[in-house]
Design a protein around this ligand. Structure first.
Ligand code: PAF
Length: 290
């Protein structure tokens, strides 16, 4: 097992990354907020396959938490996260403090706002969320200077926001989306699953089952995508979930779908007890019939 170096100081991080790059090594980056599960480890593994050096970060970013989204209660599990990262072969772990990230305070921090893809879906019920994500990811990219960065497709809208910001700001970074890791019953792994009671955990896999059924309906009758959407919303309610949204979108820019697109995605967010669960399923349009 290779050794994991945990780094708090930006100068040290930069020196180590520069040394690796100077030796011609390709640097992969997996930003996280900690409380790691197998989905994060999958990102580290993808980075290991494609890069020579893997850097991860743990930073619970206050800018992406809205009012009532309990930043304080977000689980901090550094020792077990370090253990998991080391076992997965991660080389460097950057753990900046809030004052390193936002030395002049959160209110005085320059913000990055990504238009279009940040709006609607999760952007509707979490209005400041994607600005906070885009700001911290831009800053982390400037600190780490990776060649490639890895994000889970589970946070599909986040991935679209990051792809657009990298393209719009001409950042020399490749963004790789990694498939969602699921439990055997189909539930997407998420740190929010720990908020589910036993009976809620039994209901939760229906989210993926409903996405699968909506996808089947889309493949059968793509022109009736709005009916498929409606079916999905009703099915969520029937299953005991409280839908925030279930929408069919074009996969890249998340605009309204059209049958001339190559790829669609069904995105869902629903409340189950205290947890707000999100998931999505891509639908390959070349399999569509009409
Ligand atoms: O997906 C996450 O864990 C966070 O939104 C990220 C990308 C690490 C930014 O804080």
């Amino acid at each position: 097992m290779s050794m994991l170096y945990s780094i708090e100081k930006l100068d040290e991080l930069r020196a180590r990354v520069q040394e690796a790059k100077g030796a011609g090594q390709r640097v992969g980056f997996v930003p996280t907020m900690g409380n790691l599960h197998d989905g994060h480890i999958q990102l580290v593994q993808a980075a290991k396959e494609q890069c020579d050096v893997v850097v991860s970060s743990i930073f619970v970013n206050p800018l992406q938490f809205g009012v009532g989204e309990d930043l304080e209660a977000y689980p901090r599990t550094l020792a077990s996260d370090q253990h998991k990262l080391e076992a997965a072969g991660c080389d460097l772990l950057y753990i900046p403090s809030v004052s390193t990230m936002y030395p002049e305070g959160e209110m005085n921090q320059t913000r990055v706002k990504v238009p279009g893809v940040s709006e609607g879906l999760c952007g509707e019920s979490r209005p400041i969320h994607f600005e906070g994500v885009a700001t911290v990811v831009t800053k982390l990219f400037n600190m780490v200077m990776p060649d490639v960065a890895f994000f889970g497709k589970k946070d599909y809208q986040q991935l679209a926001v990051i792809r657009k910001l990298v393209s719009d700001l001409a950042m020399p970074i490749e963004v790789v989306g990694v498939d969602t890791v699921r439990a055997e019953d189909g539930l997407a792994l998420s740190s929010r699953n720990q908020y589910l009671s036993e009976s809620e955990r039994a209901i939760a896999p229906q989210l993926y089952q409903i996405l699968t059924e909506v996808s089947k309906r889309l493949l059968e009758k793509p022109s009736e995508w709005q009916d498929a959407q409606q079916y999905g919303i009703h099915a969520l309610v029937e299953a005991g979930l409280k839908p925030d949204y279930l929408e069919v979108r074009e996969a890249r820019g998340l605009g309204k779908p059209s049958v001339s697109d190559h790829q669609w995605v069904i995105l869902v967010a629903a409340y189950l007890g205290k947890a707000r669960l999100i998931d999505n399923l891509e639908v390959a349009l070349n399999r569509l019939k009409d």
